[in-house]
Design a protein around this ligand. Structure first.
Ligand SMILES: [Zn+2]
Length: 504
């Protein structure tokens, strides 16, 4: 975050609803928003996100274009009254989120900020989802994906989601098997397959809806009968299903895969009107765009040669180029250089779901354990374990003095911790290519399991559950030879002596 000029802030979780009424999000977020009254009858909410607050915080402080750009971020708790909390950490009513906001004077620099954050987030996800230290793992596609997405209740002009593939995920992604195109199925673009193209009356479906902006106008959505109408496209062009009698006007929106002649289209629309009990009505020239939902096997709209594949995925991050959606609603503007009119601040917002990432990482860490230890993970006495990427392991190393905890052994364990903290070159019994020539683990990253009431077996069992990448065991072998048993995930057990860590 420092590399892209972002400063850390902390905003409250208990908020007045006043700003949220101004932006209209009290209505759009609806029952997902925790709302309640305090003793003075003032309405409060628990923050589900912070666009309103941060716009006020930064906007009220900026008096000149010279103060821009500004980027701030925080890591904090958020609350949403989810109707269906599920899958452990995947969907919860309270969660930890890292959210960032950018403020710029114009659209060009706002877009630059957006691209810089996408790059920074890619770096973060590359580090988080990195199991490359286990070269023996079968290659299983990219660790995470970026996909074009809908802006939803956040508003704004464009947006990307970050996903990890997981069967328990709630999103469906379509990605091209030939180029890098990927999008949420909600908004994926595609070229229709030959079977989907509609050229005759019986291949065309028509939905009749009310126009959101004109009560006397109906909207006819025309799409191939073999496809489904995209709900987002429907929301963009029309309102609820047409229920009145004969409309005064009919606006025609036609899917790009409908290749029927205009007369056939007209016929299909009049047929739909008749089915609704309406009299024939003059229609407008059809506007053509993609209104069907993209499907597996469709040709990619980007490279036009690849085919779309489907993936089940879990969303771990979302970025939005917001434009002036919030600054305009809340009235924060400044005068750009060389002009005399105030213009609203251009914003972006960027979220990473920390709680959810922990869930996604744990899923992967568990699968990785089973891949690395196939024998341990199967059978009657199957053990569970976690293999974390180094950047997120709860501790990097465990020093485990087995019982009995003689003073000598405990001193040796202490000495080993000090050596690891300082950096040490172990003397390996069998120097192999995969032996670490030097090891350095900061003291804060070393755990010592000195529970006096636990057998060695139970300590090792717990060590696999916690998922320490490195375990240093002082047990029977150390008592006899002075060699420490070094267990490293994905490698055979090794023995090494460390200076001053021997029984005397
Ligand atoms: Zn493609």
């Amino acid at each position: 975050m420092a590399d892209i000029g972002a400063s850390r802030v902390e905003m409250p979780q208990l908020l007045s609803s006043a700003l949220w009424h101004k932006t209209g999000r009290v209505q759009t977020m609806g029952s997902e928003l925790y709302r309640f009254k305090d003793r003075r009858d003032a309405e409060l909410i628990l923050a589900p996100t912070h666009e309103e607050e941060v716009t006020k915080l930064i906007g009220s402080d900026i008096e000149s274009h010279k103060a821009l750009p500004v980027r701030v971020y925080q890591v904090g708790r958020k609350f949403r009254d989810e109707p269906r909390p599920r899958a452990g950490l995947l969907r919860t009513k309270e969660f930890l989120m890292k959210d960032m906001y950018s403020f710029d004077m114009d659209v060009t620099s706002a877009k630059e900020a957006y691209q810089a954050v996408r790059g920074a987030y890619a770096n973060i996800f590359n580090r988080l989802f990195d199991w490359s230290f286990l070269p023996q793992l079968p290659h299983s596609g990219p660790a995470w994906r970026e996909a074009e997405a809908d802006t939803g209740s956040m508003g704004g002009s464009f947006s990307h989601e970050f996903h990890v593939e997981d069967p328990i995920g709630e999103d469906t992604l379509l990605s091209c098997d030939s180029c890098s195109y990927a999008a949420n199925v909600e908004c994926a673009a595609s070229l229709a397959s030959p079977e989907q193209r509609a050229t005759s009356l019986d291949q065309v479906a028509v939905g009749l809806y009310a126009a959101a902006d004109d009560p006397a106008c109906a909207v006819a959505m025309v799409y191939p009968a073999r496809a489904t109408l995209n709900p987002l496209a429907l929301a963009r062009y029309a309102g609820p299903v047409w229920s009145a009698s004969t409309p005064e006007r009919v606006r025609v929106v036609c899917d790009s895969a409908v290749e029927a002649h205009d007369d056939v289209l007209e016929h299909a629309v009049q047929r739909a009107l008749a089915e609704h009990g309406a009299a024939p009505v003059r229609t407008t020239e059809p506007s053509r765009t993609m209104i069907r939902t993209a499907q597996v096997g469709d040709h990619c709209a980007e490279c036009r040669t690849g085919r779309l594949e489907e993936h089940r995925a879990m969303e771990i991050g979302h970025t939005f180029l917001l434009g002036a959606r919030y600054s305009e609603a809340l009235g924060y503007a400044v005068v750009p250089a060389g002009r005399n009119q105030r213009e609203p601040l251009q914003m972006g917002c960027y979220g990473i779901g920390v709680t959810r990432i922990l869930g996604a990482l744990a899923q992967r860490a568990m699968q990785t354990y089973a891949q690395v230890n196939p024998a341990a993970a199967q059978g009657k006495r199957a053990r569970a374990g976690l293999v974390w990427p180094t950047a997120v392991a709860p501790y990097v190393a465990l020093v485990l003095p087995a019982i009995p905890h003689t003073p000598q052994k405990m001193q040796a364990a202490e000495r080993l911790c000090a050596l690891l903290d300082r950096g040490v070159e172990p003397a390996w019994r069998d120097a192999r290519a995969d032996c670490l020539t030097s090891i350095r683990v900061p003291a804060a990253e070393i755990a010592v399991d000195d529970r006096p009431d636990r057998s060695l077996g139970s300590c090792l069992f717990d060590a696999e559950l916690v998922g320490y990448p490195l375990v240093f065991l002082l047990g029977k072998h150390w008592e006899k030879t002075g060699e420490v048993e070094v267990r490293r995930i994905g490698h055979a057990t090794q023995y090494a002596t460390f200076e001053g860590v021997c029984p005397t």
